[in-house]
Ligand binder design. Sequence first.
Ligand SMILES: Nc1ncnc2c1ncn2[C@@H]1O[C@H](COP(=O)(O)OP(=O)(O)OP(=O)(O)O)[C@@H](O)[C@H]1O
Ligand SMILES: [Mg+2]
Length: 479
Amino acid sequence: FSQTLLHAVFPPELRFIFIKLFQRLFNCCSSYCYYDITEIEGVNTNELYNAVQLYLSSAASSSCSPASSSRLSLTRGLNSSAITFGLSHNDRLTDVFNGVSVVWEHIVTPRQSQTFSWRPLPEEKRGFTLRINKRDKPYILESYLDYINGKANEIRRKNEDRLLYTNSRGGSLDSRGQPWESVPFKHPSTFETLAMDPVKKAEIMSDLRDFADGQAFYTRTGRAWKRGYLLYGPPGTGKSSMIAAMANFLGYDIYDLELTEVQTNLELRKLLMKTSSKSIIVIEDIDCSINLTNRKKTNGEGGSEMRNGPGGLGGPGDPENSNSITLSGLLNFTDGLWSCCGSERIFVFTTNHIEKLDPALLRSGRMDMHVFMSYCSFPSLKILLKNYLGCSPADVETEVLRRLEEVTEAAEMTPADISEVLIKNRRNNRKALKELLQALKAKAEKNKNGLRRIEATEEEKRAVEGGGGAAEERWMGSG
Ligand SMILES: Nc1ncnc2c1ncn2[C@@H]1O[C@H](COP(=O)(O)OP(=O)(O)OP(=O)(O)O)[C@@H](O)[C@H]1O
Ligand SMILES: [Mg+2]
């Protein structure tokens, strides 16, 4: 009514002045500040609007959040499994940040006249209005907006498909100048499904969590924000599954580096520079893919060890090493100055033969955590039973469980072998358990016999050597 009255009584110029005056008067009396964040600013989309929308959707949906609202809108994007909550049109939501209460209002008004634009504008004008108490504004506004941006990025990363990158095209670049090719990463392995010692698992999970939350720690201690894992153990013990679980746990992308496709140290460095933050850089079977003789060869030529000093092997001024890929080039890749060109990255190397690795790769500080992925233990077996047969220890007969426990360690079967037996019989739990027990027993028996045979051969060998030694002694004595 007041608007109609305004329209009727005052000409447009006067009306404008009147409204301005009224607003100023209102602002003076009000104890609040208001900030409008519109969806489209000029012709550009306002990034802050999208961030606020994402942030409020998470604040509104989480029941433990201090945010509260009586009405929410629900949306689901095409091909997305996530449902997002949002504020309904012209609805309000209260949020609390650092003990300060603020109010968000989502304002939707029809766009009156379609002004000329190169890009068609939506018919509705949408925006958020943030209301903060004037006395709180100096303390929270900036940090609150930073916090919202951070949270929105986090949610975006979680909702998006993560990517698995590979450098399979060798040194060549794609049309956008990228050396990495990517596919959506959909590996379903998680720490829940991963069969391994629960204590070790919890340790790794808390290490990863500390790493992801550790920005302040790494800045304070002057360390580059990266971490190295070496996963070793026999084939089929879950090294690759562990990497997938790590990526799913942290929401990071994976760069699967195929070292055999990389020709030079320089190329390796370029690949590194094109990786993004919040990623896991993986080199599988490191003992097979890096030509360790490279290093030995340079050693033989008498230069390598000396150059290993502050100048750095494979460093920028090292023309010889930039012609081929060397172990030192790889160490530089994980450790050197270039390794810090991004942040929040995890390097994971896997190997079946840790004893074949160069000690330089194992020295402390280089790979922060060495994780031995072992044969299936009884606690791991229980996880596999749950995964494949859906049965907890309480569902299995005590006698069967006891016999399983007896033979598991001695059988030295990998989780992959056990999974095979369980998958084959997954429709019949009884049969699965029976076959598993048989397989474990057979393997344990075989190991025992094998061990006996080895012991016998060693004894024989010792006897022969002993005899030889005595003969030698006799010979020396006679001389
Ligand atoms: N610890 C485990 N927990 C759950 N499943 C496992 C585990 N280990 C192996 N598996 C199963 O066995 C399959 C092979 O495991 P994975 O590829 O992770 O082994 P790996 O240690 O990487 O072997 P390799 O050394 O040959 O690369 C996986 O698909 C997974 O289903
Ligand atoms: Mg593997």
